[in-house]
Ligand binder design. Structure first.
Ligand code: NAP
Length: 332
């Protein structure tokens, strides 16, 4: 398979620290160009990370005929506008999560994908991580009995006013930044949509971003609950409780690239019983995600994370925020 030539829009932290190094070590891709609002910064990153071409605008990446697809790690409010521009320039797009600010924002991409014929995918790397494929298999094959409850947690502590996450007007806030993960992984494992949801949210009095949220997703017969916090002690865990066993995904979202991930399967009902540890071989989840995206294009196979699925995820996030505003259950 010929190496896929990527362009990157911006010198975002996630790109420079994780995704570009991952693509460089991936099977099917190479980063050929990077563009930034600041040309000097683009050149600096290009030199540091061995990228052939540095541009002083995102447009120039889109105008480069050698670029086959772009990775978009821009602030959330720019995801849809730049995905549209990239698609119209004929580039495939792997865009960071959340794919848009709202469902209707994201829905515009369906028409754009149809019209331009390019692939548009949300960069939800958890959805192709082998630990999540394994977790879903364990649940669907009945290893924990009938799945009754999902409980999730995702938090970090970040009060930096300059961080894009703390700026309400450009799509900041915890639900879009990290609440999206328990939602997508719950839907992924259950392979269906919740019927109704509710949430409570606490906002930072200065920045007005949602800094703490707790949610219930009613999947009819299975309940998923989760809490996220952006000004809380860092912690992450997803737990799946069935009728006969429990499955914990130990590091569900920021899966390490330098050691195996662990799934903890507890079959012994005694309190404090030791789980069976299922190790998932070491991998870089960003490289796996980029390779899966490229392979689906080259082989003309369905995308690993279909756009319709990303829109369904946005629909749940929208309903959760509506529920928090109206203090009532919201149907999906
Ligand atoms: N999948 C994951 O694991 C993961 C992890 C972290 C973040 N993310 C997502 O990746 C995206 C970027 O996150 P990040 O933490 O890497 O952000 P970041 O470091 O703040 O980078 C955002 C970049 O966007 C460009 N930009 C354009 N307009 C901007 C504006 N008005 N304000 C600020 N920056 C602007 C800047 O690049 P130039 O100056 O070079 O143009 C900036 O470096 C977000 O959507 C986030 O949700 C995903």
């Amino acid at each position: 398979m010929a190496a896929f030539r990527w362009g990157v829009l911006s010198t975002a932290k996630i790109a420079t620290t994780k995704v570009i190094p991952a693509i460089r070590g991936s099977e099917h891709g190479q980063v050929t160009a990077i563009g930034s609002r600041d040309g000097a910064r683009a050149s600096e990153v290009a030199e540091e990370l061995g990228i052939e071409r540095a541009y002083d605008s995102y447009e120039q990446v889109l105008e480069d005929p050698d670029i086959e697809g772009v990775y978009i790690p821009l602030p959330n409010h720019l995801h849809v506008p730049w995905t549209v521009r990239a698609a119209e320039a004929g580039k495939h797009v792997l865009c960071e999560k959340p794919i848009g600010l709202t469902t209707s924002d994201a829905e515009t991409l369906l028409e754009v994908a149809d019209r331009t014929g390019v692939r548009i995918q949300e960069a939800f790397m958890v959805r192709t991580h082998p630990q999540w494929l394994r977790a879903r298999d364990l649940v669907s094959s009945g290893e924990i009995g009938e799945l009754r409850a999902i409980q999730g947690f995702f938090s970090y502590h970040n009060t930096d006013a300059d961080d894009i996450r703390n700026q309400a007007d450009i799509g900041g806030g915890g639900m879009l930044d990290i609440g999206c993960y328990p939602v997508t992984t719950s839907r992924f494992v259950l392979e269906r949509e919740p019927e109704r949801v509710c949430a409570v949210v606490d906002r930072d009095p200065q920045t007005l971003i949602d800094r703490l949220g707790s949610a219930i997703l009613d999947f009819s017969g299975t309940t998923a609950t989760f809490t996220y916090g952006t000004q809380s002690f860092p912690y992450q865990r997803m737990t799946f409780v069935g009728t006969s066993a429990r499955l914990d995904v130990e590091i569900p979202f920021n899966a390490p690239a330098d050691r195996p991930c662990r799934l903890l399967l507890t079959r012994d009902p005694s309190p404090g019983a030791e789980p069976e540890v299922i190790e998932v071989p070491v991998c870089d989840q960003y490289a796996v995600a980029a390779d899966a995206f490229v392979a689906s294009i080259r082989r003309d196979e369905p995308p690993p994370v279909p756009l319709e699925d990303s829109i369904a995820n946005m629909r749940v996030l929208d309903a959760l925020m509506r529920s928090a505003e109206k203090a009532s259950w919201q149907t999906i």
